[in-house]
Design a protein around this ligand. Structure first.
Ligand code: NDP
Length: 244
């Protein structure tokens, strides 16, 4: 039996890309899943594609603390515990700082940082009581390096790395594990969050030409979750090996 079989896993940001692929992967491995995002039609279609899976969904915006708590409540109501929270939501509206897209900066901070913190806040008391749990968060290669037009995006991912490493140190004695998944370019819909059409197309081409597949990242998530409880995979940094 795999270590993932029967684990209760919440996936935030499951409606496309990495979250969708991870939902499929963990369903194959026999996890009990509760998935969330804002697009209800995509969540429903995903569930329909996974017959014979213990999976439920809730529409939730991670910037809304009450909605995130409601997702966790659903997992508790259905299964009585939470083994894993996969904090995967994120947006990447890249732009130059001089473009002054202040609303986009705020939205990125809200979703990529506060969204992760709302997830942690909703599950931490439960995991502390359980004396077990695992929080996995998608950061990025951009949480290690900076690049032009990525100032705020990188800032959010640097922040997420700081938060997750602190979580690992603080919660070790409660047997709560903390893992960062940090991919380079992945072929997903993430480029759609870029408002500048020229930049959006450039990123879309890059994703399609050299990007990792979402399923590659899902495999990494499954690996981290599937290790024995005595092992904390702190971070998986993975980048495309495809020639540019
Ligand atoms: P997608 O755009 O395909 O997926 C993003 C997911 O986040 C969707 O399910 C979306 O669902 C959800 N989401 C966005 N905003 C919110 C919100 N406010 N509340 C709830 N859910 C939300 O892109 P990816 O799969 O690529 O992105 C997943 C993660 O991977 C992100 O954190 C991203 O930063 C990170 N990443 C991606 C890389 C890439 O090159 N693609 C590289 C490195 C990291 P919905 O719109 O339905 O709410």
């Amino acid at each position: 039996m795999s270590n993932i079989q029967d684990k209760v896993v919440i996936i935030m940001g499951a409606s496309s890309g990495i979250g969708e692929a991870t939902t499929k992967k963990l369903a194959q491995e026999g996890a009990k899943l509760v998935i969330a995002a804002r697009r209800e039609d995509r969540l429903k279609a995903l569930i329909e594609s996974l017959p014979n899976t213990d999976i439920s969904f809730m529409v939730a915006d991670v910037t809304n603390k009450d909605e995130v708590e409601a997702v966790v409540d659903l997992a508790i109501e259905k299964h009585g515990r939470v083994d894993v929270l996969f904090n995967n939501t994120g947006i990447m509206p890249q732009s130059l700082l001089s473009d002054l897209k202040i609303d986009e900066w705020r939205q990125m901070l809200d979703i990529n940082v506060m969204g992760v913190l709302n997830g942690i806040a909703a599950v931490l008391p439960i995991m502390q009581k359980q004396k077990s749990g695992h929080i996995v968060t998608t950061a990025s290669e951009a949480g290690h390096v900076v690049f032009q037009q990525g100032a705020v995006y990188s800032g959010t991912k640097f922040a997420v790395r700081a938060i997750m490493e602190t979580l690992r140190q603080e919660e070790r004695n409660n047997q709560i594990r903390s893992t960062l998944i940090s991919p380079g370019t992945v072929n997903t819909e993430l480029h759609l969050t870029i408002s500048d059409s020229e930049r959006r197309e450039w990123i879309e081409n890059l994703q399609q030409e050299i990007g990792l597949q979402s399923s590659d990242v899902a495999d990494a998530v499954a690996y981290a979750i599937g290790t024995p409880k005595s092992v904390n995979i702190g971070e998986i940094l993975m980048v495309p090996a495809t020639p540019m």
